[in-house]
Design a protein around this ligand. Structure first.
Ligand code: GLN
Length: 321
């Protein structure tokens, strides 16, 4: 079916979703990273961006929160830009684990590859793939520059979060060395882990994440800068990864009920991509048991439902003034 939606309808649906989700309670801040446990649980922001740069921002959309696992998306894109989608498939994989993001069991079960760059193991592998190999500073610059290009503005390291996470990331240290054991890390393991931890500690706003999402939805052209950030062919690959594992063991339920591929982070962020149509991001710290923001999920779901949109609906969507 052909569906036409006006920009006003999008703004109204965002307001409806924001008002609804503001009243949704439940969940708890991540507490295994001490810094995150202390973030104000009432913070809440919802941002939408269209491929032409039109933006809707409601609530705390300028607040810089820890990007955490949403950072796995841009770094997977960077690995595809520098190598190729095929190289990422071969060296990391594109399969959902069906298990929690930090699962060690998943690595043991799939001992021929870490399965996907959107869980911890695959994300550490993705950091190891980043060029130039062996040069931590240059790799870090490449990771941050890529995020800046995707958002159209720079993220900022939250130093306290980086320290907090580095001091407590014992499980991830085990993952890095296990990957080394299986020859699935392509640079120094300790350096790759540190880059992963640092990228998770970047502060980002929901407005920035919506721009990143819109860049993916627009096939690689950033709506704010007009710059082509990545080849068109990368967009369906990254969106596939997001659709299959973005919410870890809850991904199927999420896609089934929301109709939008989305990626979460334990900082409370969610980034959603409706290919060709729009990018959306929401942020609220309290998480469900899988580590996905309760209020952000409620907001994105309500937005999709209000507009009657869904990636699997088979509709041709156009947006007009
Ligand atoms: N830095 C966090 C970790 O590795 C990210 C997890 C997440 O956001 N799901 O545990």
């Amino acid at each position: 079916m052909d569906i036409n939606i006006t920009k006003k309808q999008i703004a109204d649906a965002a307001q409806t979703a924001y008002d609804y989700a503001k009243g949704v309670t439940g969940g708890a801040n991540a507490n295994y990273i001490p810094f995150l446990a202390n973030i104000d649980p009432q913070l809440f922001g919802l941002s939408v961006m269209l491929p032409d740069g039109t933006a809707v921002n409601l609530g705390d959309t300028d607040y810089r929160f820890g990007i955490e696992s949403v950072s796995k998306v841009p770094t997977a894109i960077l690995a595809m830009r520098q190598s190729s989608p095929k190289a990422v498939l071969e060296q990391i994989g594109a399969d959902a684990t069906g298990l929690p993001f930090n699962s060690i069991f998943a690595i043991l079960l799939e001992n021929d590859h870490p399965s996907t760059p959107l869980v911890n193991a695959g994300a550490i592998s993705a950091c190891s793939m980043i060029e130039p190999k062996g040069d931590s500073d240059a790799k870090w610059t490449a990771i941050v520059d890529n995020i800046t290009e995707l958002c159209g503005s720079a993220p900022q390291l939250i130093d306290e979060l980086y320290k907090s996470e580095s001091a407590t990331n014992f499980n991830n240290r085990a993952i890095a060395w296990l990957l080394k054991n299986y020859n699935r890390i392509y640079d120094d393991p300790a350096m790759s882990l540190d880059l992963y931890t640092r990228q998770c500690s970047l502060g980002i706003t929901s407005a920035q994440l919506a721009a990143m999402a819109a860049t993916i939805a627009a096939g690689g052209v950033n709506p704010l800068t007009g710059k082509r950030v990545f080849d068109r062919g990368i967009a369906p690959k990254i969106t596939t990864l997001i659709a299959t594992v973005g919410f870890y063991q809850n991904t199927g339920d999420w896609l089934y009920t929301s109709g939008i591929p989305a990626k979460s982070g334990v900082g409370g962020g969610v980034l959603g991509v409706l290919p060709g149509v729009l990018g959306i991001a929401a942020f609220a710290p309290p998480l469900d048991s899988a580590g996905n923001s309760v209020r952000a999920q409620a907001a994105v779901k309500k937005f999709m439902e209000t507009l009657g949109l869904g990636v699997m609906n088979g509709d041709r969507v156009t947006i007009t003034e």
